[in-house]
Design a protein around this ligand. Sequence first.
Ligand code: RFL
Ligand code: PHB
Length: 389
Amino acid sequence: MKTQVAIVGAGPAGLLLGHLLRAEGLDVVLVERASPDYVLGRIRAGVLERTTTDLMDRLGLGARMHAEGLPHDGFHLADGERLIRIDIAALTGRQVMVYGQTELTRDLMAAAPERGLEILYDAADVALHDVEGDAPYLTYRKDGSDRRIDCDFICGCDGYHGPSRQAIPPSVGTAFEKVYPFGWLGILADVAPCNHELIYANHARGFALASMRSETRSRYYIQVPLDEKVEDWPDERLWDELAVRLGPEAAAHMARGPALEKSIAPLRSFVFEPMRHGRLLLAGDSAHIVPPTGAKGLNLAASDVAYLSEALVAYYRRNDRDAVAGYSSRALARVWKAERFSWQLTRLMHRFPDNDAFDRRMQLADLDYIASSTAAQTSIAENYVGLPL
Ligand code: RFL
Ligand code: PHB
């Protein structure tokens, strides 16, 4: 098989990129290791920046998102005693959209056939070849036979564990990494949210987050040590802990229900530079990971593919090779600022095992400063809604 652009991975980065390139008339094939059901079964991001919702609108795929998503004008930071509201709409003129990654992915998958976007699911042993030359290709196994796709470019949208980043020789790339000594235990339940906006709480016992997917479906998280298991947290224990950490105001309105999903995700900050090697271009989690505290992961995947689709279109329309060459530095400038925000908010809101009483007082002083300073709130708000492309 031959195509112009082969994309490894059909998560949000790969699907969005595929649609953006198809909309410009390019030939694209996506190769995905998992099945469609598996891709849709992953419960992940919940908050979309305007840059991400704009991309869906540009593709003409935003209708369900606008009908069912919840636009939010603000969110809260809690310090164990009070809620500090960050009024993002008043401070930045922008909102964020609460719409699950699962739903966004579903919309992109559903529109693929009618837009001529080919997605090959259940592809095993995907391998990248000759990315340094002018004729790269992919090999994989599907339905018991070995297959090959020749292309002009390979886009690595295969997440943190995928093969694309590994295809860049260690001598060419640098990985920057910070691993945090805790994870997030998440619960999804069909109960009304405890508050109409998100609450990020820093409690002496550790971080908690109250989020949602709709007016009848809630998503909550608590910080847990890395050696903790989901089985250690029966639903009632988790609801009790959330009630303590989120504080009395939220607890009073918190409805409990059986878990539809419960899982623990480790937290990591990670950036791989450069995001291009020859004709291989990385986008999304394959090139960078942020801790979920800033709600930036999916949104960074979206901004990467906005830049990447522009670069590839410039190449095919105007034979502009500089745009492809410049993709990595353009994307990384935005990536590092989102890394900074996510790292800072993670440090502000979590309990670190080696924190002493002084560190705790610093966090509380920081939160008290934020509560009293419009400048501090504006800085948080403009990062939360997403920096301009
Ligand atoms: P994905 O979603 O991991 O998709 C990669 C795809 O590549 C496939 N793949 C392969 N395909 C072929 N061959 C191989 N060998 C392959 N190996 C892997 C995979 O099957 C998969 O389909 O990466 P992508 O597209 O870059 O998207 C990134 C986002 O998924 C991620 O950044 C967000 O989920 C992060 N995130 C959040 N981001 C936000 O913007 N807002 C949030 O509120 C938010 N909350 C979260 C999050 C991530 C979380 N977890 C579980 C890590 C909350 C959580 C708990
Ligand atoms: C979520 O709803 O899953 C969610 C929301 C905000 C975050 C992280 C996750 O910062």
